[in-house]
Design a protein around this ligand. Structure first.
Ligand SMILES: [Fe+2]
Ligand SMILES: [Fe+2]
Length: 163
């Protein structure tokens, strides 16, 4: 996937991921590293096939790789990572040759990914709702030592491995 190779080598992507890694060094809750992004990408790819959603593999991977890119700025006191990330993603996508329709759909998915209601409002078969579901299903809450202190809803934490 040529455009994804370009994306993961992009200086801004790399510096954001490095900043997240540093900021989360002592975090006891789920981290937002490359492994998390790839888990989300693979789960979204499976759901895309199972449900015939019709998204291109590169669009799914770009969405998953970029969805938490605004985390370090949020930790540093900036806006929510979904809105910061949407802005950062737009610039990176453009330089990785995603066209304006693809970019718009990916940026929208990132902007709404933190909320079930907002992502589902974009449509049950939207990229936004696919990202939301894949993000949640990527977390092994049932194995987590910090589950009782986690900010996630009880409903989400009850979630078991289902893929
Ligand atoms: Fe997120
Ligand atoms: Fe995430």
């Amino acid at each position: 996937m040529e455009r994804i190779d370009k994306l993961i080598a992009h200086p801004q992507f790399k510096s954001c991921m490095d900043a997240i890694k540093k900021a989360e060094e002592t975090r006891k809750f789920c981290k937002h590293d490359l492994e998390h992004c790839l888990d989300v990408a693979r789960i979204a790819t499976i759901l895309n096939m199972d449900e015939n959603l019709g998204f291109k593999r590169e669009v799914i991977y770009a969405t998953a790789l970029l969805h938490d890119i605004g985390r370090a700025q949020e930790y540093a006191g900036g806006d929510k990572h979904s809105s910061v990330g949407a802005k950062l993603a737009r610039e990176i996508l453009e330089s990785c040759n995603f066209n304006s329709d693809e970019s718009k759909e990916i940026v929208t998915a990132i902007f709404y990914h933190s909320s079930k209601e907002s992502s589902e409002n974009k449509g049950q078969r939207s990229l936004a709702y696919l990202l939301y579901r894949s993000d949640k299903e990527s977390r092994n809450c049932f194995l987590c030592d910090a589950i009782d202190e986690c900010y996630w809803s009880d409903e989400t934490k009850k979630h078991k491995l289902n893929i």
